[in-house]
Design a binder for this molecule. Structure first.
Ligand code: ADE
Length: 410
């Protein structure tokens, strides 16, 4: 099995001791990781083993001197040809890697992400330079860049006292991707950030704890339902906690950023697809699709009978609703088929659409009317929050309820 070589240069070699523990420690003992820690002070020549000095131009703190860094990195690079201390790293093709890729952690670097971890896991040889104080003399970056690939990487937008903690995090994130380090390769595929979504919530025994219950779907053994539930949870979590991770089209939550049109029969196929996608949760609950079952003819007829609005971006249908005066109830404005593409849900677009649908009502309208699945909890929550009340009894269709709201005086 391929081995990855890691060299870490630091003034605190003991900081890296945790790399002897747990899975990373085992990977080292199994020969999958070949880790060497070097003390920067071993490359100084004065009595005090000085590695820093005051900054040119003034300012607070101290700057790491270039000389010890150049010597330390030359020593590391020499391992590639010398084959000492554990031997030279080899590329995937079995060729000796002539130089390492040098990682310099720092808050001013490119963000270290799972994608970067994957790229680094493909490298046969990584060297890490742990800066301290106000940083390393800038000429070291230039000097190193002429000899080996250099990446300045930041863990996040905050400042640590030095690069050591960042190296611990990076080595752990990279090493666990190396073949053989994690026993169960599946657990690598299913985790946060691997496919751009956060992880779903997990539970273990007991099924009831302190009055809190594990979601029923996880106890049922229906693997398809479990997979669907988990996927929904991942999308919902990502939308709530990290909307920046969702696809670029999802980045905007404002209706105004989408292009609005009155629907024509040419929109019917896309509307049919969007309706199916939006009614899929109903199918999961009731085993029937309701509006999601309509054929194209029915969808086209609906476009004729209602004022249907569609919102597209780059041609893709992302949202829609339809409105009209209620055919039998006087002064009542019917709002229907309020839909937002599933991956854009949970970020307030539905509320915006609803308010806009209400604003289209003629002046003589006193009541807004809509209909939804009796068990469609998310829809009901949104409508109630917007001031709608559930009418007593069954709604217009089996398994549904009707909701109304008095129009507030202008
Ligand atoms: N060194 C200091 N702050 C850092 C950060 N945010 N990421 C990586 N290395 C650092």
């Amino acid at each position: 099995m391929a081995q990855q070589r890691l060299d870490v240069v630091t003034i605190f070699p003991e900081y890296l001791a945790p790399l002897d523990l747990s899975l990373i420690g085992k990977a080292r003992r199994d020969g999958l990781l070949d880790l060497h820690v070097h003390d920067l002070r071993d490359f100084t020549h004065d009595r005090h083993r000085t590695v820093d000095d005051s900054p040119y131009g003034g300012g607070a703190g101290m700057v790491m001197k270039p000389g010890p860094w150049a010597e330390a990195l030359e020593h590391v690079v020499a391992q590639g040809s010398a084959g000492e201390a554990g031997g030279a790293a080899t590329t995937g093709a079995g060729e000796p890697a002539r130089v390492p890729t040098l990682i310099i952690p720092g808050p001013g670097g490119e963000r270290f992400t799972q994608q970067v971890a994957r790229e680094l896991a493909d490298e046969p040889w990584l060297a890490f330079a742990c800066g301290r104080y106000e940083g390393i003399d800038e000429r070291v970056y230039e000097w190193a860049g002429e000899r080996m690939p250099v990446r300045v990487l930041s863990l996040g937008d905050y400042v640590l006292n030095g690069g050591e903690v960042a190296v611990l995090a990076m080595v752990e994130a990279v090493a666990r991707l190396l073949p053989g380090v994690i026993g169960n390769a599946e657990s690598l595929v299913e985790e946060s950030h691997e496919d751009g979504l956060l992880e779903y919530p997990v539970y273990t025994k007991p099924a009831e704890w302190g009055g809190r219950h594990v979601p029923d779907v996880l106890l049922g053994g229906n693997h398809r339902a479990i997979a669907e539930w988990r996927h929904e949870q991942r999308v919902q979590r990502t939308a709530e906690r990290r909307p920046d991770l969702l696809p670029p089209a999802a980045a905007s939550t404002a209706l105004v950023d989408l292009e609005e049109r009155v629907a024509t029969p040419a929109d019917a196929p896309d509307l049919q697809v969007l309706t199916r996608a939006c009614w899929a949760p109903e199918f999961a609950r009731y085993g029937m699709f309701g509006a999601g079952e309509e054929d194209l003819e029915t969808v086209r007829a609906g476009i004729q009978e209602w004022d249907t609005r569609v919102w597209r971006r780059d041609g893709q249908l992302l949202a829609s609703f339809r409105v009209r005066p209620h055919p039998t109830q006087e002064a009542t404005w019917q709002i229907g088929r309020l839909m937002v593409a599933p991956y854009l849900q949970g970020r307030g677009l539905g509320r915006e659409l609803l308010a806009y649908a209400e604003s289209l009502a003629p002046e003589d309208v006193g009541t807004f009317w809509l209909n939804t699945g009796a068990k469609s909890t998310e829809n009901l929550r949104m409508y109630k929050k917007a001031g709608y009340r559930v009418r007593p009894g069954e709604g217009e269709f089996p398994g549904t309820v009707d909701l109304t709201k008095r129009r507030s005086p202008a």
